[in-house]
Design a protein around this ligand. Structure first.
Ligand code: SF4
Length: 342
C-alpha cells in the first residue's frame, strides 16, 4: 500500500479520481498545515474513506506525555501499530518559536556508548508515515495552543542516515510548498557521519541543515564514544564534509558533547580547531547530561567548557552552547523509551 505521505502517489490518486484542483488545495491546507482529521479535511465527504482504503496511514498512539515544569518542553512517548516505542519532543522556546525533535528509527542501528537509545538495540526503521505521523501529532497538540511547528530536527531516536530513503521522502513532503511548506533553513538532519548518505542528502536537499555528531578531536577518543568511527574515521568524514560544502547552502553544525577528562582539554580544543580547518561550520558544545546514566561519564565543569569555547573562538570558529530544555523530563534521546522498556 502506498503511503499517504508520498505526495506523488497522492497526486496520482487525485488525478485518477479527477479530484478537483480547488478541493485538493483545500485538503492540503486543512490536513497538512492545519492538522485537521482526514474527514474534516475532505469536508466529511466519502472521499476520505476511499483515501483510507487506498493508502497506508499508520497510527501512532500516545503512551505518555510529560510536560516540563521548568521550561516549554513536552516529551511524547509514542507507540507504533506493532508495539515499538519511539519518542518525539516538542520544544517551545520563549520567543514563540516551536521546534520538534523527531525519531527516524525504533531503537538505533548504532552503539554510541554515551546514548540511552543504544541500550534499546535496533528494532526497525520507521516508515515514511511514522516519521511524518510525529509531525502531524505534534501539529495537532500545538494547534490547540495557537502555535505551529517551525523547526524540525531529526535528533530523536535513531540514525536518520541509516533510514535515508524514508527520511528523504519525509523531507520531500515537509518542504514541498504545496504540502507542509516548511522552510528548508529550519530543518536539520543529524548524523554520526554515514558519509555516502551525507552526499545523498546534500545532493537532494542542499539547503537543509546538517548536524554532525563529532564529539571528539581525534580517532582514539571517537572510537571510545562511537564504534561507527572504525568504519567512517574522522579523515573520511572531513573529506565528505569538504566535498558536500561545495554544493550546499545549508548550515553545518558540529555537535560536540563535552565529557569530563575525556574530550575537554585545551589541547583537544586546539586539535578540534585544526581538524575543522577549512570546514565552514558552527560548533555546538553540549554539556554531557549526567542523568543519562550511561557509562561512567561526567559532564565537564563550567570552567572547562568556557575555556574550551574560548580556544575555539580564538581560532575564529563560531561556537554556541546548546540550550538544554526538558532536563526534568528525560528529554535527551532514548531516555524515556529506555526507562519504559525496563
Ligand atoms: S547517539 Fe544517535 S546514532 Fe548514536 S546510538 Fe544514540 S541515537 Fe543512535
Amino acid at each position: 500500500m502506498p503511503s499517504l505521505f508520498d505526495h506523488q502517489e497522492l497526486e496520482s490518486f487525485f488525478n485518477k479520481h479527477q479530484f478537483p484542483l480547488r478541493k485538493r488545495r483545500s485538503f492540503r491546507r486543512l490536513f497538512f498545515r492545519e492538522f485537521n482529521s482526514l474527514d474534516e479535511a475532505f469536508a466529511q465527504s466519502d472521499f476520505a474513506d476511499q483515501v483510507r482504503q487506498h493508502f497506508d496511514i499508520p497510527k501512532l498512539k500516545i503512551v505518555s506525555r510529560q510536560d516540563s515544569q521548568i521550561d516549554g518542553a513536552t516529551k511524547l512517548l509514542l507507540q507504533t501499530e506493532d508495539g515499538q516505542n519511539i519518542e518525539t519532543v516538542i520544544l517551545r522556546i520563549g520567543t514563540g518559536r516551536t521546534s520538534l525533535c523527531i525519531s527516524s528509527q525504533a531503537g538505533c542501528t548504532e552503539k554510541c556508548t554515551f546514548c540511552s537509545t543504544a541500550t534499546l538495540g535496533f528494532k526497525r526503521n520507521l516508515s515514511l508515515g511514522e516519521i511524518i505521523g510525529q509531525v502531524m501529532l505534534a501539529g495537532e497538540i500545538l494547534r490547540e495552543e495557537d502555535r505551529k511547528v517551525r523547526n524540525i530536527v531529526f535528533m530523536g531516536m535513531g540514525e536518520p542516515l541509516r533510514n535515508t530513503d524514508n527520511v528523504l521522502k519525509s523531507l520531500d513532503i515537509m518542504l514541498s510548498s504545496a504540502y507542509m511548506g516548511l522552510s528548508s533553513k529550519r530543518v536539520t538532519v543529524s548524523t554520526i557521519g554515514i558519509t555516502e548518505n551525507i552526499s545523498k542528502l546534500r545532493a537532494a536537499f542542499p539547503e537543509v541543515n546538517l548536524a554532525l555528531s563529532l564529539h571528539a578531536s581525534n580517532d582514539e577518543v571517537r572510537n571510545i564514544l562511537m564504534p561507527i568511527n572504525k568504519t567512517f574515521p574522522m579523515e573520511k568524514i572531513k573529506e565528505s564534509l569538504l566535498s558536500a560544502q561545495e554544493s550546499s547552502s545549508g548550515d553545518l553544525m558540529i555537535q560536540y558533547l563535552l565529557i569530563k577528562d575525556l574530550n575537554d582539554s585545551p589541547e583537544q580544543a586546539l586539535e578540534l580547531a585544526q581538524f575543522l580547518k577549512g570546514i565552514d561550520c558552527i560548533i555546538n558544545l553540549i554539556p554531557y547530561n549526567d542523568s543519562m546514566g550511561m557509562g561512567n561519564w561526567k559532564s565537564s565543569s563550567e570552567e572547562k567548557m568556557f575555556a574550551f569555547q574560548d580556544i575555539l573562538q580564538e581560532q575564529n570558529f563560531q561556537v554556541t552552547r546548546r540550550h538544554s530544555l526538558g532536563r526534568d523530563i528525560d528529554a535527551a534521546c532514548g531516555q524515556l523509551a529506555a526507562k519504559n522498556q525496563k
